[in-house]
Design a protein around this ligand. Sequence first.
Ligand code: CO
Length: 137
Amino acid sequence: MTTSLLTEIDHVAIAVHDLEAAISYYQSAFGATVHHREIVESDGVEEALLAVADSYIQLTTATRDDSPIATFLAKRGEGMHHIGYRVDDCAEALAAVVAAGGRAIDEAPRPGSRGTTVAFVHPKGSFGTLIELVQEN
Ligand code: CO
């Protein structure tokens, strides 16, 4: 079998302290523009998506002190937080990851930003990288 369940890099997520400063930097350095901006209150994050071809750079900051991004920023500082892989079927991809020994953070797919359906996979079991499976609906 040679068909990959991964159809595209959906986004590379970067945790930042100051979202406005990070957006300004990407604008002045690369001419990148904000394609979508959203506060996901359930995750305690505010994110800005900057388009790169068919993928995004997702600049992400915390909206409250107890959000996972706030914990990450406190422990690790700014930097790469996770990679989002686009898939056709999030549930199918999640089952395949678990069958391959991956550790699901989300037991089942759930709503993500931009109207997507997502599931996170723990960095432990995935060679140190937090993975988000992203299905566009
Ligand atoms: Co993400």
